[in-house]
Write a protein that binds this ligand. Structure first.
Ligand code: 13P
Length: 345
């Protein structure tokens, strides 16, 4: 294992002022996004949309890497240049989603385990040859309330997903690819922020134990977690400051300092709220790891709305993406203010 290269890549992905664009929506998910703007999802329209994002002038100042889907890493821009080359020419590191999705977990109603380990060594070798230098694997955990013996997630679900995340991470490092480990505790439900804190802590404890046992070098990894939030249906919504404090307290207790960076998913938060939360965490300062973003929806939502699937709107889509990337870049150093939302890109 070439840990020096892995560690340099991981650190480049969380370079000051920069974060990751998650553009790895599966065909089903991107269709849902396109449905929301009345656009048809075809191989060409998906290419056009992603080409628009990847050719946004100046975005490379704020975007260190892009996570691609299997289809996208093989696609070419309208002028024949591969999308991977479009990114690397700007100094943006290509990444790849390698999990095959969260599937029902046997014997555990309402819970999932993420699949995709079979054949992963060979797939990683191919992705490396196609230019990928980092990867992602997402596990999901639902929170339910009720008697403690029945409340989700179960220890069973936490354990099998930690094991799979570590298997994936070890294979990535062997292939010269930085693994982003993504345990996403879902924030749907009426649970309190305290419950989010407890569940996220248990998930991260199990994950770091599995990574240790499976000999993963933490300095060549990144963590992509949920923020510690009130459940979206909870009557008592924590403030931005409370979210920042609870999240940092949780990660300080569970994430080793050897991890170069924590790159958050947005998980259904609005774009502005996701930026405000990241900013508030970075304002706290004195942290052992970089705190950055690896947003999908929170980086893309305004660009998608401006684009509407029409070639005539490509410049508007790019402007919206540039603006969001710039504000999240500011949030990396705690220098974002809500007033910046109004300024033009
Ligand atoms: P969201 O930021 O939309 O949650 O997407 C991030 C991601 O990559 C989910 O796996």
């Amino acid at each position: 294992m070439d840990i020096a290269t892995l560690s340099a890549t991981a650190r480049a992905l969380v370079a000051p002022g920069k974060g990751i664009l998650a553009a790895d929506e599966s065909s089903g998910t991107i269709k849902k996004r396109f449905d929301s703007i009345g656009a048809e999802s075809t191989e060409t329209s998906r290419r056009d949309y992603r080409e628009m994002l990847f050719t946004t002038k100046g975005a490379a100042d704020f975007i260190s890497g892009v996570i691609l889907f299997d289809e996208t890493i093989r696609q070419h821009a309208a002028d024949g240049t591969s999308l991977v080359k479009l990114l690397t020419d700007q100094g943006i590191i290509p990444g790849i989603k390698v999990d095959l999705g969260a599937k029902p977990l046997a014997g555990a109603d309402g819970e999932t385990v993420t699949e995709g380990l079979d054949g992963l060594r060979e797939r990683l070798a191919e992705y490396h040859a196609l230019g990928a230098r980092f990867a992602k694997w997402r596990a999901t955990y639902s929170i339910t309330t009720g008697p403690s013996s029945a409340a989700l997630p179960s220890a069973y679900c936490i354990d099998v997903n930690a094991h799979a995340l570590a298997r994936y991470a070890a294979l990535c490092q062997e292939a010269g690819i930085v693994p982003i480990v993504e345990p996403e505790v879902l924030m749907d439900g009426e649970h309190t922020i305290e419950r989010s804190f407890d569940v996220t802590s248990a998930v991260l404890d199990a994950l770091y134990e599995a990574l240790f046992v499976q000999r993963v070098r933490l300095d060549g990894t990144l963590l992509k977690p949920n923020m510690v939030l009130s459940g979206y249906g909870c009557a008592q919504q924590a403030s931005v400051q409370e979210v920042a404090e609870a999240s940092v307290r949780c990660f300080r207790a569970t994430v080793p300092a050897a991890v170069p960076g924590i790159v958050f998913l947005s998980g259904g938060q609005s774009d502005e709220v996701a930026t405000a939360h990241l900013n508030a965490m970075n304002e706290l300062g004195g942290l052992p790891w970089e705190l950055s973003f690896s947003y999908g929806r929170a980086l893309q939502a305004p660009a998608l709305k401006a684009w509407k699937g029409e070639a005539a709107n490509v410049d508007a889509g790019r402007a919206a993406f540039f603006h969001r990337a710039k504000l999240n870049s500011a949030a990396r150093s705690g220098s974002y203010t809500p007033e910046m939302e109004k300024a033009a890109g």
